[in-house]
Design a protein around this ligand. Structure first.
Ligand SMILES: [Zn+2]
Ligand SMILES: [Zn+2]
Ligand SMILES: [Zn+2]
Length: 373
């Protein structure tokens, strides 16, 4: 595995050194009499005290990063699992695959308004560390995923069709497995969907941050607080995940998606959440083409003074509403430009003839009606 893996997951974080308290050592369980060290449990979260002898142990649990002394499991590929992580590990590859595929189905549900993840054209394999390491080194992985526990490669099979080979490390716990699967499905979606020109300009950090955002959203849905925190604190995207989360909270996931497909910049900037709105003109032209003709005929430069519900379209289960020049699905949150100001609006409900919105600043709700015929 690469240096990052060692740095992020396998090392002890010696956050503090002090003299003994009453707590026993997390590793050998003996009362600590001299110096003790704080270490992070990277599988479940939390900081624990370990003694000066245990801190010198060379073998570490690959999942939580803590040193192992006794009662641990040795995997055939040289990894160790402490007793707690061995209990939590998904031992069977079949079970692990099932969890990953269920995660994919839940992602489809969570992101149903925006995208679908590859479903039939994937080969999902649970691999040991040797295999994963060799994948990281293999030349076919042009845009190899440097995620800690997974790797995805997409092969063209003629025309625009692709097969995605998704490899995930064995013996992870359920939460880790779901987060890694979500990240890798993010790569598969990117490989399948983004134009080659955009893949070429997008920074690798932004690409990884998009996949982390997918994993983060799933962990949020699962209420997996520690996995969310671990994704947040992982320095792996060099700050890009913060910028993605910021852009999403200001402009909604649809804006992030548009930026991924046709953004002007290689990266997002956490200090400028509005930067996500800067997309190539071709995309705006396509969006304009999708608008009803009466909107295209309207004078483009004059912004309305107030919010106007232009039209409602789509089926009863998946309605879309256009308010001023923005398209909303239910729960979309978007900034709408008015003549003299901007308002951030969340669309709460789309009814047959009206929409219920909430102003994010004040929390006030308002029902907008379609114009009279
Ligand atoms: Zn100890
Ligand atoms: Zn462990
Ligand atoms: Zn990745």
């Amino acid at each position: 595995m690469n240096a990052l893996v060692t740095a992020v997951w396998l090392s002890l974080s010696l956050a503090a050194v002090a003299f003994a308290g009453a707590t026993p050592c997390r590793v050998c369980e003996k009362p600590i009499t001299g110096k003790f060290y704080f270490v992070d449990d990277k599988a479940r979260g939390g900081k624990f005290e370990i003694c000066g002898d245990c801190v010198k142990l060379e073998a570490h649990c690959f999942a939580c990063g803590l040193p192992v002394k006794s009662g641990f499991t040795s995997l055939p590929d040289g990894r160790f699992l402490c007793a707690a992580c061995a209990r939590d590990a998904v031992g069977s590859d079949e079970e692990a695959k099932k969890i990953c595929l269920e995660a994919r189905d839940d992602l489809d549900r969570l992101f149903s308004r925006y995208l679908r993840f590859p479903q039939t054209n994937i080969v999902l394999t649970i691999v040991d560390q040797f295999t994963l390491e060799s994948l990281f080194k293999s030349p076919g992985y042009t845009r190899k995923c440097t995620a800690i526990f997974g790797a995805t490669q997409s092969h063209s099979i003629g025309g625009r069709s692709q097969i995605h080979s998704i490899n995930i490390l064995s013996s992870l716990n359920k939460s880790q497995l779901e987060a890694v699967a979500a990240h890798e499905f993010g790569h598969a979606w990117i490989n399948e969907t983004l134009p080659t020109s955009r893949k070429a300009t997008l920074s690798p950090d932004a690409l990884e941050a998009f996949c982390e955002l997918i994993a983060y959203t799933l962990m949020d849905d699962r209420r997996a607080a520690y996995q969310k925190q671990a994704i947040n604190e992982n320095p792996y995207t060099r700050g890009q995940l913060d910028a993605f989360l910021m852009a999403e909270s200001h402009h909604g996931f649809n804006a992030v998606l548009d930026w991924m497909k046709s953004g002007e910049a290689a990266k997002l900037d956490a200090a400028d959440p509005d930067g996500v709105r800067a997309t190539q003109p071709t995309e705006s032209a396509a969006a304009a083409a999708a608008l009803p003709s009466y909107l295209l005929n309207a004078p483009p430069a004059v912004l309305p003074e107030k919010l106007i519900l232009r039209t409602i379209s789509g089926s009863a289960t998946k309605r879309l509403a256009i308010i001023n020049d923005q398209t909303f699905a239910v729960m979309d949150r978007t900034r709408v430009r008015l003549a003299k100001t901007n308002v951030i609006v969340r669309c709460l409900e789309i009814r047959p003839n009206s929409v219920l919105i909430r102003f994010e600043a004040s929390g006030a709700k308002l029902e907008l009606f379609l114009p009279e015929e």
